[in-house]
Design a protein around this ligand. Structure first.
Ligand SMILES: [Zn+2]
Length: 382
């Protein structure tokens, strides 16, 4: 039975290759034909019509070629799978391991897989898919695509990946609003979630799209935004044993006045602290290009008392000023026109400084629970 299936799969590969070669030859014939029709300087109407017809045939052929390539790739992957599955598991595992192990400094498939799985780049699979054959795993590399390698090999490949994921310094990026789907969807169609796969890998959770720049639009969507934030917090509160995992809360937005920044920080604070207690290295990356802000708060921030927050804020202001010693630099930096007077310049700088201080204070008070009037709760974990 097994041999019969195998020889069928070999037949499939041969047939798919024949088809591919035939189409490649056809394409060459059409290309030559078109080139011959293009040589004359002034083409007759008839020749022009002929040439257009050939161009059209070529376009159709390209589509057929692409399908033939996929069919050949599927057939040869199936053949490879059946060959692999004839080996005992203890020989298959070292073969899978070649995907993840490379000499120092070289990129492994693991990095590529992490990148491909970050929803920032794609979200091809459909949550209502009933399984292969389907197109929702098209974005995956063939070795992890059930439509190419079959269920068992993909499952084993992912199991093997799981053993090496801790060696990776890569980080998955995910929008907060897509976190649940990202973590628990059956993205490979073999019953392995991304959470199963990347338990210890760095995670960057992006909240920037939930920051609003004007009161009116925030007021109309406030309830929806808060529901989304609470759902993310509830999800994160279930995370246990995050020992040494790097988790970044990333808030980047373009609004001059982030009207709900404080509310957002207050809502997400319990999750931020819970993850830290669960052993994760918690970072906050806060960026607002329109206010010239790019701040990374690392683990050490948890230890700052109110004086240290104040010192860091002053340092921050000084660093910015030193950067802007030259008058032309500061004109560029603030995007001001050439004829800007000193007075106008200081007004702009003053406004930016106010915005920066507001954001700084919101982060200090609403995320890290450090309040100017009371330094006794400087460490929010106590
Ligand atoms: Zn599918």
């Amino acid at each position: 039975m097994q041999t019969q299936r195998l020889s069928m799969s070999e037949d499939d590969t041969e047939m798919a290759l024949d088809c591919l070669n035939r189409l490649l030859k056809e394409r060459q014939v059409l290309r030559d034909k078109r080139a011959n029709l293009q040589t004359g300087k002034s083409l007759s109407q008839r020749t022009r019509a002929q040439r257009n017809r050939v161009s059209l045939e070529l376009i159709v052929l390209e589509g057929a070629l692409s399908d033939a390539c996929t069919a050949y790739a599927k057939a040869s992957c199936r053949k490879l799978s059946s060959q692999l599955l004839r080996l005992p598991r203890e020989l298959r595992d070292p073969i899978y391991a070649h995907l993840w192990k490379k000499p120092q400094g070289e990129r492994t498939e693991l990095s590529d897989l992490v990148e491909i799985l970050s929803p920032r780049d794609m979200q091809g699979w459909k949550s209502d898919c009933s399984g292969p054959p389907c197109s929702c795993t098209d974005h995956l590399p063939h070795y992890a695509d059930v439509n190419f390698m079959g269920r068992q090999v993909v499952f084993e490949v992912l199991e093997s990946c799981n053993q090496y994921e801790n060696e990776s310094r890569d980080s998955c990026y995910v929008r907060a609003t897509e976190l649940e789907q990202f973590m628990y969807a059956d993205a490979f169609h073999v019953g392995v979630t991304r959470t199963d796969l990347f338990r210890g890998m760095g995670l960057t959770i992006e909240f920037g799209n939930l920051v609003y720049g004007d009161e009116e639009s925030y007021a109309s969507e406030k309830r929806m935004v808060e529901e989304k934030l609470h759902a993310v917090v509830n999800l994160l509160m279930e995370f246990q044993d995050q020992y040494d995992r790097n988790i970044i809360f990333d808030i980047e937005h373009e609004h001059d006045t982030p009207v709900n920044l404080s509310q957002m920080l207050e809502i997400i604070r319990p999750a931020f602290l819970h993850l830290r207690d669960a052993g994760a290295n918690m970072w906050l990356d806060y960026a607002n290009p329109s206010s010239k802000i790019e701040w990374d708060f690392d683990e050490s921030t948890f230890g700052w008392d109110v004086e240290e927050w104040e010192d860091e804020r002053i340092d921050l202001g000084m660093r910015e000023l030193r950067l802007l010693d030259h008058p032309d630099d500061r004109l560029d930096y603030y995007g001001l026109p050439e004829h800007t007077t000193e007075e106008e310049f200081f007004a702009v700088q003053g406004e930016l400084q106010t915005r920066r201080e507001l954001a700084w204070t919101a982060i200090m008070q609403d995320l890290y629970s450090v309040h100017e009037t009371d330094s006794s709760d400087a460490d929010p974990s106590t």
